[in-house]
Write a protein that binds this ligand. Structure first.
Ligand SMILES: CC(C)(COP(=O)(O)OP(=O)(O)OC[C@H]1O[C@@H](n2cnc3c(N)ncnc32)[C@H](O)[C@@H]1OP(=O)(O)O)[C@@H](O)C(=O)NCCC(=O)NCCS
Length: 176
């Protein structure tokens, strides 16, 4: 569990489903994220799965304990490279208040200080400034533009709608 000025960042609990549903049921959440709006039952299932794993961190308000967003943190490539990929999704009702930056910053710090990460990477569309602004505010550097690197939606004929992606990264030596 990590504590910041306004947040408690902790593993998911089964009981988080209503708060998770609040933002994963909105179509605007999926503009740059794979998937589509989920039902309350799907939110329950997702919370049960996430509560068992370690790849998703719940960002909750210190005062009310409400879940307002989450940060994903996945190992990237072979273990000996000590690399992870970070991502985030926050409830629109709580966006633009610095919460994602606060949560991502705390996880980066934890990864470098507590489990010896060497490199943490983030990918995001150039058309999604809130996303890359968070990474920049957390000290990550834009290392390049990957052409047609990912897609989240297909067109009506089933063809991927490819999107470019910035690659951002921070190294342990940058952090120190
Ligand atoms: C990306 C996301 C997690 C950011 O969450 P957040 O809590 O709003 O982030 P923060 O408040 O810490 O920072 C957002 C920054 O983007 C800026 N911003 C917001 N909308 C913007 C826009 N349309 N154009 C330019 N900047 C914008 C904010 O002003 C803020 O920067 P500032 O502190 O310099 O003013 C949130 O927008 C989100 O969940 N989006 C949907 C899911 C998604 O796309 N995730 C990323 C996938 S790679």
């Amino acid at each position: 569990m990590l504590t910041t000025e306004r947040l408690i960042i902790r593993p998911f609990l089964k009981s988080d489903y209503q708060d998770l549903y609040e933002y994963l049921s909105l179509s605007e959440t999926y503009r740059f994220e794979p998937g589509k709006p989920i039902s309350l039952n799907e939110a329950k299932k997702l919370c049960r799965e996430r509560a068992k794993g370690t790849n998703f961190w719940a960002a909750t308000l210190k005062d009310s304990q409400k879940l307002i967003g989450h940060v994903s943190f996945f190992p990237l490539g072979p273990e000996f490279l000590l690399a992870w990929e970070i991502g985030d999704i926050f409830n629109p009702a709580f966006q633009n208040q610095g919460y994602a930056t606060e949560a991502v910053r705390a996880i980066i710090k934890y990864a470098f200080m507590e489990f010896g990460a060497h490199r943490i990477v983030g990918h995001c569309s150039p058309e999604n400034p809130p996303s890359w602004k968070v990474l920049e505010k957390c000290g990550m550097r834009r290392e390049g533009l990957l052409r047609k690197y990912f897609y989240v939606h297909k067109d009506k004929d089933g063809n991927p709608q490819w999107l470019d992606s910035y690659e951002y990264a921070i190294l342990d030596e940058d952090f120190k």
